[in-house]
Design a protein around this ligand. Structure first.
Ligand SMILES: [Zn+2]
Length: 533
């Protein structure tokens, strides 16, 4: 299926000129005379099932040149049988049963405007109309779920095993004493007599002559003072307290090599009996005993730091929220990670300040997924976001249809220590689908790696991660094994949220320049409304 069919009347973009790069398949002499003109598609070659690779021929140039979707503005006469949805009220009438469509239009417009993508109520309504038309079946499937939370989303509470990171633990133990401020508590500046170093400098003798030194009482006094002074270090703290301080640092640092949650026999034997650290004891408890022994558990920062340590060594499970969504905002923000971005981000200028945003070179892909009939976005948060721009911890696209489930790449990475996130997320997705599809046998089978390409047709401008990464896969319900070779279509050509016409540019959400024929009545109506830029 290509964007245009034989017989379609399309408009060639204006001002393409005579430069090779301006045409999808390069410039050929005379092509420029079609710019801005309405032409007729006479042949369509779409061997690769990818709109970017579709080759169109035109009747008007006797099929002399190859043309691509990018060379066309869109259909010349888009008068179809469908009612024209061009404003919020129309969208509400058509799709209001699924969500508050007025709010959705406002939110989409605000989001696009914030990240510098031109839009209008007209364009966004056209885009969302296409979305609802194609996603209707998935939305209705989701609505049946006990996990459905409204707004085309499901939410499941999940727990993820956290891998102890040996490196983090080492770093933590090395820095713990200074971070908690142990020396402040351990170093004593007064000796057992309650006197400071300075106190021993004042001997009670104002000036000493050689003669004075002959007097035994003066000499004894001086000797005692010197001895007392020797019990202090250069910083004025007592040497005894320095020893305790050093011992504390040393003992805490011994924990740097333990990344298991219980104390081993060897470790228990390697530390002094006085700490009462026993084999089999929880590592965090043993750590706490050592700290309590030195009284550094009374430090202000202790509780916070200790909690951090306990989290690391206890192999705690993280309580997280797993979202399964077909909400338009979630596609647009699919690469808004908590500390990551990807080439699909609509934040082309990297205002979110992520390590790499790849200039959003595939940002049009968000719409490709949004507008097709199969793509489902799943993502993980540690809370229910109140603002859907909140950074996602993980994101993975799934594509479901014809009883097969395609799993895309897990971002930012497919594992959490030893945990295979592909498997974890796929299992949640499959379990959810099993219930929604009413499967009696809830087992799913996964095809061998690298077999995704034979199960998919790709359209639109999204990045085909599912055919480019070996972890991506196809699975199907065991009781529907006949479906294993079924094919689904992933992606869809875009709808410009500004002019509402087709768009097939990778790096853009809306046209760089919307060329709209004056004859378009829908456009004429909308010119009376205000646009947001
Ligand atoms: Zn446009």
């Amino acid at each position: 299926m290509a964007l245009y069919n034989v017989g379609d009347r399309v408009i060639v973009r204006e001002n393409l000129g005579t430069i090779d790069n301006n045409y999808r398949y390069g410039y050929g002499s005379g092509m420029e005379r079609f710019c801005g003109q309405t032409v007729t598609i006479s042949a369509v070659n779409h061997d690769f099932e990818d709109e970017n690779c579709v080759v169109y021929s035109l009747a008007e140039d006797d099929e002399h040149w190859k043309w691509g979707s990018d060379d066309f503005v869109g259909l010349a006469d888009s008068s179809t049988s469908q009612p024209i949805v061009s404003k919020k009220a129309d969208l509400k009438t058509a799709w209001g049963q699924y969500c508050d469509t007025d709010k959705l239009v406002d939110d989409v417009m605000a989001l696009l405007t914030k990240y510098g993508h031109r839009n209008s109520e007209y364009g966004v309504c056209k885009m969302l109309n296409e979305y609802f038309t194609n996603k209707k079946d998935l939305i209705e499937l989701f609505q049946k779920s006990e996990h459905y939370i409204g707004d085309m989303r499901m939410m499941i509470d999940i727990e993820l095993e956290r891998e102890n990171s040996a490196c983090d633990i080492r770093k933590f133990c090395d820095e713990f004493c200074s971070n908690v401020g142990a020396s402040k508590l351990l170093l004593k500046y007064k000796d057992e007599n309650g006197k400071k170093f300075e106190d021993y400098l004042r001997t009670g003798v104002k000036s000493i002559t050689a003669k004075d030194l002959m007097k035994p009482e003066t000499a004894t006094k001086l000797k005692k003072a010197t001895e007392a002074q020797d019990k202090f270090a250069r910083d004025g703290a007592t040497l005894a307290s320095h020893m305790v301080n050093n011992e504390c640092y040393g003992t805490v640092r011994k924990f740097r090599n333990i990344s298991i949650s219980t104390i081993s026999k060897e470790f228990a034997e390697s530390v002094d009996e006085k700490y009462k650290v026993r084999e089999g004891m929880k590592t965090s408890r043993a750590f706490n005993r050592v700290c309590t022994f030195y009284g550094i558990d009374k430090a202000k920062k202790y509780n916070k730091l200790f909690a951090q340590y306990a989290d690391m060594v206890n192999g705690l499970k993280r309580k997280l929220k797993f979202f399964i969504s077909v909400n338009p905002i979630d596609y647009l923000t699919m690469s808004f990670g908590v500390n990551w971005a990807s080439c699909h981000t609509i934040d082309k200028e990297n205002r979110r300040r992520m390590p790499s945003s790849y200039s959003g070179m595939y940002c049009g892909g968000t719409m490709s997924y949004m507008l097709d009939g199969t793509s489902i976005i799943t993502f993980v948060h540690d809370h229910v976001p109140t603002n859907w721009e909140d950074g996602k911890i993980y994101r993975c696209m799934f594509h479901y249809g014809n009883d097969i489930l395609v799993q895309g790449r897990v971002y930012p990475q497919g594992n959490d220590g030893r945990t295979d996130l592909y498997k974890v997320f796929r299992n949640y997705m499959q379990d959810e689908l099993s219930a929604l599809l009413g499967l009696t046998d809830t087992i799913w089978r996964k095809k061998d790696n690298g077999r995704v390409s034979s199960n998919v047709n790709s359209l639109g401008v999204h990045y085909r991660d599912y055919t480019n990464f070996s972890d991506c896969n196809v699975s199907y319900p065991r009781e529907r094994s006949d479906s294993s070779d079924n094919v689904i279509t992933i992606g869809h050509s875009g709808v410009c949220p500004h002019c509402g016409r087709p768009i097939t540019e990778n790096g853009r959400i809306s046209h760089s320049s919307c060329r709209v024929p004056l004859a378009d009545t829908a456009w004429t109506t909308v010119t009376t409304t205000t646009f947001s830029f």
